[in-house]
Ligand binder design. Structure first.
Ligand code: 13P
Ligand code: SF4
Length: 351
C-alpha cells in the first residue's frame, strides 16, 4: 500500500526554480497552518510536484493513485479535502463526499482522456450499444460517470474485465484506447473501445526504448498501460502507478526505465533508495512544444496555487446533485469491488 509513512525524507526538487528557498519554506509553513485552521487534509497524486507530495505526507494527508485517493478522502474525517491532481480526482472526491468542501489548487487541471470524451457523444455511443455493460475509466467527467455501470482505475480494470467476462457480459469501454486494448488482450473480454488517449503516455516511443534498453541491458522496463501497444510489448512489468512503485521496490533489478509521468520518480526513489531510475524516451520536439514525460495539467498544481486555494476557498468543486447521485453508484461499485479484491489491487499485469 501507499508508502507514505516510513520512508526517509527526500529533498523535493523545485520545478520551475523561480521561487527562492526562503519563499518556498515560508509558503510551506503557511500552508501547514492553513490546513490545520481549516480542518483540511491534502490528498495528492503521484504525478504532482514533489513539494506537494512531501507536504501531504508531512501533514497527515496522503499520496497515492486515483483509486486510493478516492478511498482515503472518503474515509478521512476532515471537513475539507484538498485534492492535488486533476479535475476528475476532485470530482470523484465530491461524488463520494457531498457534505465536504472539496478544493483543488487548479480547476483547469483537466486530462486529455476526460476532454476527449464529452458526455453527449458518449451518451450516444452508449445508446447505440444497449447490450453492453458500460465501464469507464476514472479519468472522466462526473457526467460520463453518471452514464456508466462501472467506474474503474488502472489498478482494478483488468480484474473487473475478467469478472465481467466470467459473467458473460460484453463491455463498452471508455475513454483510453491503449488501456482498453491492453485489457482486451489480457482478459479476452469482448470490448468495444472509445478512442481516447493520454497525451503523456502516447508520447513514449518503442524504438527509442529499444535503443535505451540496449545501452542499459540490466534495466527493468516498467510501463503504465496507457502507453501504446508497442511500448507495452517491451515491458518487464505493466501496471498501475502504485503497482509500478511496488515493482521498483520489490524487483531485484537496480536500474529501471519508467514509462509514466516522471512525477512518480519522487515516490519510486523514496520506496527504493539506492536504485536508479530513468525516464522512458518520448517523441521529442514537435511543432509547438517538446514532449516530455510530465502531464501539463498535473503541473498546474504548485505551492502557490495550493496556498491560494486554501486562502481564498477557491476553486471549489461543485457537481449538480442529480448527476452526482447517478455517478455515485458506479463509483461505489468500484470501491466495493476493489475492497472485495482485498490486498490484490496493486497490479494489472500481474493480476
Ligand atoms: P492511476 O489511476 O494509476 O493513479 O493513474 C491515473 C492517471 O492519470 C494515469 O495517467
Ligand atoms: Fe490524464 Fe494523462 Fe495527465 Fe493522467 S497523465 S491525468 S491520463 S493527461
Amino acid at each position: 500500500m501507499p508508502m507514505n509513512a516510513s520512508a526517509p525524507p527526500i529533498r523535493p526538487t523545485i520545478r520551475g526554480g523561480a521561487v527562492s528557498e526562503l519563499d518556498r519554506a515560508r509558503r510551506i509553513q503557511r500552508i501547514k497552518k492553513l490546513l490545520v485552521e481549516q480542518d483540511a487534509v491534502l490528498v495528492a497524486h503521484y504525478y504532482t510536484d514533489a513539494d506537494l507530495q512531501a507536504l501531504a505526507e508531512e501533514t497527515g494527508g496522503y499520496v497515492s493513485d486515483s483509486l486510493d485517493m478516492a478511498r482515503f478522502g472518503h474515509e478521512h474525517k476532515a471537513q475539507t479535502l484538498v485534492v492535488a491532481g486533476v479535475r476528475f480526482m476532485g470530482e470523484t472526491a465530491k461524488i463520494l463526499n457531498p457534505e465536504k468542501r472539496v478544493l483543488m489548487p487548479a480547476l483547469e487541471a483537466t486530462c486529455s482522456l476526460d476532454e476527449g470524451c464529452p458526455a453527449d457523444a458518449f451518451g450516444a455511443f452508449c445508446d447505440a450499444h444497449p447490450d453492453r455493460t458500460v465501464v469507464v475509466y476514472a479519468n472522466t467527467s462526473a457526467e460520463v460517470k453518471a452514464r456508466a455501470d462501472w467506474v474503474v482505475t488502472s489498478s482494478i480494470a483488468l480484474r473487473l474485465a475478467r469478472y465481467l467476462k466470467s459473467q458473460g457480459e460484453k463491455i463498452l469501454w471508455a475513454p483510453d484506447r491503449h488501456l482498453g486494448d491492453y485489457i482486451r488482450r489480457e482478459s479476452g473480454a469482448d470490448m468495444l473501445l472509445w478512442q481516447g488517449a493520454c497525451v503523456v503516455h502516447e508520447e513514449f516511443r518503442a524504438q527509442a526504448l529499444v535503443d535505451l534498453k540496449q545501452k542499459y541491458p540490466d534495466a527493468d522496463v516498467l510501463v503504465h498501460p496507457e502507453s501504446p501497444e508497442a511500448v507495452i510489448a517491451l515491458a518487464d512489468m505493466v501496471g498501475s502507478t502504485t503497482a509500478m512503485i511496488e515493482a521498483a521496490r520489490t524487483r531485484p533489478a537496480h536500474r529501471f526505465i519508467v514509462a509514466t509521468d516522471n512525477g512518480i520518480l519522487y515516490k519510486m526513489r523514496q520506496a527504493a533508495p539506492g536504485k536508479e531510475f530513468m525516464e522512458a524516451p518520448t517523441g521529442g520536439r514537435g511543432a509547438t512544444c517538446k514532449s516530455c514525460a510530465h502531464c501539463p495539467w498535473m503541473a498546474m498544481n504548485s505551492l502557490a496555487s495550493l496556498e491560494s486555494a486554501l486562502t481564498t476557498g477557491a476553486p471549489e468543486i461543485h457537481i449538480e446533485e442529480s448527476i452526482r447521485r447517478r455517478a455515485l453508484e458506479p463509483v461505489m461499485r468500484m470501491l466495493e469491488f476493489a475492497a472485495s479484491q482485498k490486498t490484490e489491487v496493486l497490479g494489472l499485469g500481474n493480476a
